[in-house]
Design a protein around this ligand. Structure first.
Ligand code: DX5
Ligand code: ZN
Length: 218
């Protein structure tokens, strides 16, 4: 079963607790939390204190997507705050293998993300270690952007490579995911679809989850 991970970047921050409860009640599988530093991406969002507050009000797994430079400096803080997955960008850390090991040593699942222009073969030597592979389908920094179509081929290629190597990492896709493209994204090989504006911008979160299940069922 494909998983839907609402991205709280598009939630109403004044009512963040209620929004998260509503996403959980609607049947979301994970909660995607976008952390931005104003350097790696041209935007600033949330830090470990907010993740800790979120941890206290939901049982959903927290999928923390670090769009920050020098992620090693903050790994411990996000892990202590209660992240279940910590994903770093291939483009943001020179010692990716060490970073992934550090996350896993703390008992947390390690993810590696690629920007749209970074080829999937860059993941080749981290495939056996990563628990999650996150393909960005927009240039990271903002919600509400359009899905970049070339990423469909990247999803297919990465799924093929995972099968060849018998890799067990989950394949996640993030950016511009809507109900009208999630069939193509799922059938290309995604396990997790991150949905920000199309989820929190809708009137009825449960209806989005129901439609998602129907569209992406095998
Ligand atoms: C973009 C973030 C995404 C974003 C997705 O930098 O990583 O997670 O919230 O938002 P939508 O679904 O609106 O593209
Ligand atoms: Zn994200």
């Amino acid at each position: 079963m494909r998983k839907i991970a609402p991205s709280i970047l598009s939630a109403n921050f004044l009512r963040l607790g209620e929004e998260i409860k509503a996403a959980e009640a609607a049947g979301a599988d994970l909660l995607h939390i976008d952390v931005m530093d104003g350097h790696f991406v041209p935007n600033i969002t949330i830090g470990p204190a907010v993740v800790e507050a979120i941890r206290a009000i939901t049982v959903l797994p927290l999928d923390v997507h670090l769009m920050i430079e020098k992620p090693d400096l903050l790994l411990d803080d996000f892990i202590a705050a209660g992240a279940d997955f910590v994903t770093v960008h291939y483009e943001a850390t020179p010692h990716l293998h060490r970073t992934v090991q550090r996350i896993k040593e703390k008992g947390v699942r390690a993810g590696v993300s690629l920007n749209p222009a970074t080829p999937v073969w860059c993941l080749e030597n981290i495939l056996p270690d990563a628990d999650l592979l996150l393909l960005m389908s927009v240039n990271p920094g903002f919600g509400g952007q359009s899905f970049i179509p070339l990423v469909i081929d990247k999803i297919r290629a990465l799924r093929r490579r995972l099968e060849e190597k018998r890799g067990s990492a989950l394949l996640s896709v993030d950016g511009g995911v809507k109900l009208d493209n999630c069939r193509d994204i799922a059938s290309a090989g995604a396990d997790i679809l991150v949905m920000g504006s199309a989820f929190f911008g809708s009137e009825n979160y449960a209806a989005v989850v129901k439609a998602f299940r129907e569209i992406t069922k095998e």
